[in-house]
Design a protein around this ligand. Structure first.
Ligand code: TMP
Length: 219
């Protein structure tokens, strides 16, 4: 089963992935946690470039193709092999981030981006995408608090430094895109405590697992 987590900064994606991973393992399932950008060896190089402050002169198009290259390599060398080995894959961001950040956020055409994603993912779409939704002000507040607590290097802070209007566009873009793909997206209110959010995530994952393992038995 392939589950992706999406959302603006500070929604608690990595916390939720950790909690879900622990729960799936308790159920006796093998799991693999990964992320974009940076899920593969090439991707880790690309992540450094994409998130570094010095690359802020990257053109929108160049940035787009780096994300797509990261994704193509990630699918081929990490995600597909893990799924073929029978593991559940939990990814912190995937193709929807490109449609939302480069599309709704930066103004490239979402349909064109979806087409480019089709090339990058080569037929491998998530079984379930959990959109953790939160007000941008709250997300940014949490992301900044986390950066301070973790002493995150300034070079990882390019996106979080973007103005609030951009984050608001991204948040709305996610909700719009999720509504266009109801078969795979589930929106979860991420303003609650991590435990409450996790309980909801678990319900959604359990339902998706039932559906995948016993197709047709559930509505
Ligand atoms: P994160 O690992 O903290 O989520 O940071 C990754 C940043 O990269 C985040 O601001 C979203 C951005 N991003 C895109 O703009 N497009 C993409 O396709 C992906 C995967 C991430």
């Amino acid at each position: 089963m392939f589950v992706t987590f999406e959302g603006i900064e500070g929604t608690g994606k990595s916390t939720q992935i950790g909690l879900l991973d622990a729960w799936l393992r308790e159920q006796g399932r093998a799991t693999e946690i990964t992320r974009e950008p940076g899920g593969s060896r090439l991707g880790r190089e690309l992540r450094r470039i994409l998130l570094s402050m010095e690359s802020s002169d990257l053109t929108g198009q160049a940035e787009l193709f780096l994300y797509l290259a990261d994704r193509a390599q990630h699918v081929a060398t990490v995600i597909r092999p893990a799924l073929l080995a029978g593991h559940d894959v939990l990814s912190d961001r995937f193709a929807d981030s490109t449609v939302v950040y480069q599309g709704y956020g930066r103004g490239l055409d979402p349909k064109t981006l979806h087409g480019l994603n089709e090339v990058a993912v080569d037929g491998l779409w998530p079984d379930l995408t959990i959109l953790l939704d939160i007000e941008p002000e709250e997300g940014l507040r949490r992301a900044l608090a986390r950066n301070i607590a973790e002493g995150t290097h300034a070079s990882e802070g390019r996106f979080e430094a973007e103005h609030m209007e951009f984050h608001a566009r991204v948040r709305e873009g996610y909700l719009t895109w999720a509504a266009l793909h109801p078969e795979r997206f589930r929106v979860v209110d991420a303003s609650a405590s991590p435990e409450v959010v996790h309980a909801r995530v678990r319900e959604l994952v359990a339902a998706a697992l039932d559906e995948k393992e016993q197709p047709g038995l559930r509505m």
